[in-house]
Structures are given as C-alpha cells and as structure tokens.
Design a protein around this ligand. Structure first.
Ligand SMILES: NC(=O)c1ccc[n+]([C@@H]2O[C@H](COP(=O)([O-])OP(=O)(O)OC[C@H]3O[C@@H](n4cnc5c(N)ncnc54)[C@H](O)[C@@H]3O)[C@@H](O)[C@H]2O)c1
Ligand SMILES: [Zn+2]
Length: 376
C-alpha cells in the first residue's frame, strides 16, 4: 500500500491584481453612474459615507446612481477617526446583510480616509470580498488614502492594526467636493502633497508652495492638477511595492516623528500637521547625519509655512517622550527607529545596504528635536 500522504501542496492559480483608473476631474461625480458600469458592474451598490459627508455628497451620488437606473442603497457611519473601529465595521457588515446585498454587490466609499479605509475593509471581508470604488472627498483621501489598496480599522492597541489589502476598481476624485472640506482638513492634506514633492519632484514642491493661496482658496483647477500629480507620485511607489515591503517606505518620510507627535498631542494636532513637523525634523536629522543636503529642512519649512502648516515641535513635548512614542508604534517594533530620508528636496536618499530607510541614533534625533522646538 502507498505510504499515507501527510503533506499536500496546493497551488492556487495566480490571480493577477486588475489595474484601476484614478480619475481626477472637476465635475466627474456626475459621470460616476456611467463609470461604475464599466469598472465595477454590480446588481446592487451600497454607497458608504459618514454623517458629515452623506448629506453633502453621498446623497447626491445615491440619487445619481438611481437616476441612472442602478439599484443603490446608502449606509452611513459616524464621522471621524473614532468610528474606525471593529464595532463600526461589524455594524456596517450587518447593515449590508440587512439590505440583502449579495456577492453581486459593490461598495462605493464616498468620504475621507476614514470612510475609505472602513468601506474598503468591509468590501474586503463582506462575503469574502466584493468590489469597492473609492470616491475620496478629503484632500488627504484623494492624494493618499484612496490609492494603494490598504484598508483597515484601528484597534485599542493602535491605529490601522487590523486590515487587508483590497485594491479599488476605480478611484474617482472630484475636486469640487473639496469646497465643503473644513480649511484645517484641506491644509492637513497639503502636508502629504509637500511630502510627495519632497521625495520625488522638487519642481512640484516649489509649484505647490507658490500656489499656496490658490490651493487654500480651493481653486478647483489648481487642486485638480495637484491631486493628479500627487496621485501619480504615490502610485509610482505603490506600483513598485504593492505589499509594502520596500519602496513604499519612502511614503513614510516625516512619519516616524510625525506619528509620535500626533499621538503625543492626544490627536489635538491633525495627522497632516504632525507630518509637517515630522518632515522638517527628519530632514534636519538627515542633515545632521550627513545624509541630507544642508538647507533641505529650511526649504521644506518655508513651503509648509506658506501653506499655513506648523513646522516646529510644540512646546512641552520633549525628545524622550517623542522617541518613546515613536518606539511604541506597533508597526515599527525594531530596536532602532528608522527614517525615510531625503538626499535633497525632490530626491530620496538610499542607504548603502540597498534598503529604503536609515537607522539614526536617538541622541542625534534629540538634538534635532531641540533645534526645531517651538520658541515659547
Ligand atoms: N489606506 C491608506 O493608505 C491610508 C493612507 C493615509 C491615511 N489613511 C487613513 O485616512 C484617515 C484620515 O483621512 P481624512 O483625513 O480624510 O479623515 P476623515 O475621513 O476623518 O475626514 C476628515 C473630516 O472631514 C470630513 N469630510 C471629509 N470630506 C469632506 C467634505 N468634502 N466636506 C466636508 N467634510 C468632509 C469628515 O467627515 C471628517 O470629519 C485615517 O484614518 C488614516 O489612517 C489611510
Ligand atoms: Zn500620512
């Protein structure tokens, strides 16, 4: 008799990830019903939004889908990071089930990054996965959260610790929606835009700083150009590293310090405000370490200041606390903190070992944090 088989190898056929379009166009929301038919055909659509965005943008989207002859329902979650929980995710799945949606349904996320992450994760897990279309309505969601396929929710132990990669079928960014975005949220999104210029395109960095007034006044065409260029830059790093194992680390420039400052502020600072400070401090640290060209931090600081963003470490936050907060980030468990650094504005530095991030000593960071402390 044959020996009993105790180990079998199952090789599922490879499933290539389909590509998707990102459409950045003032007024494009009106074309959503027609675009859905091509990018995410489904028998029923669930439009997912939050309590702020639903009356402004999701309800018109819903009417548009129904007027276009599509079967569509609305599911509204509470607004804000506090809603990115297992509870809300579970309630959202229950609501989709109560609506009787099946595997022939698709979700349409209309909102900021919270809605995008939550609806994306719901789509990744509902009936083992249904398509999602991202319709970002905050600048941060347009230039960052909606592109790249990362979805998820927060856990008591930290932000974004539960999630899945689930690529959207389409991203539709209509800069018209930014006209209702609170000014502080708009500025926060601009910090990520500055980051994109800083890591990939110096001319773009200068362009963004020079267009500060037009951007802050929500001029749609200027915003559309900026969103499109930022998406292009983000997409280039994502395409090189879809599952975040290498090149995508570049997108964390400013974020090691930024995340720590954001958490230490008790989230009194927005993510973008904290990242703005982080970009300046990390560039200053890179200069001190001899990795980053002198003057880089000053150039970033000038650009960020023109966009109304903070650039200095808030008084009362000392270096040991910031470094401890950076270390407690659950996704960076390494003994030495690592930083994505610039070689000069518009260009990333790469360490000799071929990696993407640099380990810097804490005392160098401490000295830099003191240098960039807000003067009382
Ligand atoms: N998946 C990713 O790759 C990725 C990348 C970056 C950030 N994120 C996540 O994105 C989230 C932050 O996104 P955010 O800054 O958009 O936050 P958010 O979704 O909470 O939106 C910010 C605020 O603006 C409101 N809002 C959004 N669009 C509006 C509009 N057009 N008019 C009026 N109000 C509007 C929202 O209701 C909310 O109160 C975080 O949870 C973060 O973890 C994810
Ligand atoms: Zn960020």
């Amino acid at each position: 008799m044959r020996e009993p088989v105790t180990r079998l190898r199952i090789s599922p056929p490879p499933r290539p990830e389909p590509g998707y379009d990102v459409i950045v166009e003032p007024g494009a929301l009106a074309r959503l019903p027609a675009l859905l038919a091509g990018a995410a055909p489904a028998h029923r659509y669930a439009v997912v939004s939050d309590a702020n965005v639903a009356p402004l943008w999701a309800e018109p989207v819903l009417r548009g889908l129904r007027d276009g002859g599509l079967s569509a329902e609305l599911a509204v979650v509470p607004a804000g990071e506090g809603a990115k929980t297992r509870e809300t995710w579970g309630e959202l799945l229950d609501a989709l089930l109560a609506l009787g949606l099946g595997r022939d349904a698709a979700l349409v996320a209309v909102g900021g990054g919270v809605v995008g992450d939550l609806a994306g994760f719901a789509a990744a897990t509902f009936l083992r996965g249904v398509p999602v279309v991202q319709v970002p309505t905050s600048l941060l969601a347009m230039v960052d959260a909606s592109v790249g396929g990362k979805t998820g929710i927060d856990a008591p132990a930290g932000k974004n610790l539960v999630g899945a990669f689930h690529q959207p079928r389409l991203v539709l960014a209509d800069p018209t929606t930014l006209t209702t975005l609170p000014a502080r949220e708009l500025r926060s999104g601009l910090a990520e835009v500055v980051k994109h210029g800083a890591i990939a395109d110096a001319a773009y960095l200068d362009d963004v700083a020079g267009q500060g007034d037009a951007l802050l006044h929500c001029e749609r065409d200027v915003l559309a150009r900026v969103v499109a260029r930022s998406v292009e830059i983000k997409a280039s790093f994502v395409a090189a590293d879809p599952f975040e194992q290498g090149a995508r680390a570049a997108l964390n420039a400013g974020h090691t310090v930024g995340h720590a400052i954001e958490a230490l502020s008790g989230y009194g600072l927005t993510h973008g405000e904290a990242v703005a400070i982080g970009l300046v401090v990390e560039s200053g640290a890179g200069e001190r370490a001899g990795v980053t060209a002198p003057g880089t931090a000053a150039r970033l600081e000038a650009a960020l200041a023109r966009l109304g963003l903070p650039t200095r470490v808030p008084a009362g936050m000392d270096a040991p606390a910031i470094l401890a907060a950076a270390r407690s980030d659950k996704k960076t468990r390494a003994a030495r903190l690592r930083y994505a650094l610039l070689a000069w504005p518009g260009s990333l530095a790469r360490p000799d070992d071929g990696g993407w991030t640099f380990a810097l000593p804490d005392d160098l960071l401490a000295a830099t944090l003191a240098q960039y402390a807000e003067r009382p």
